[in-house]
Design a protein around this ligand. Sequence first.
Ligand SMILES: [Zn+2]
Length: 60
Amino acid sequence: MLTAACKDAGFECDYVAKGNTEEELLKDVAQHAIKVHRMQESDMTPEMIQKVKSITHALQ
Ligand SMILES: [Zn+2]
């Protein structure tokens, strides 16, 4: 299981995105960011994806 905490990305938010794969995790992050942080699909840039990867933690 992979997780990425929204607050680690600099948001004041307790949401923690989860996914079994990096692809699932990024999808969860994108859905959350669009719904809660009013981001657009186009905001999920390579830089943003790189940032998410840098705050991703793997749980056993
Ligand atoms: Zn959030």
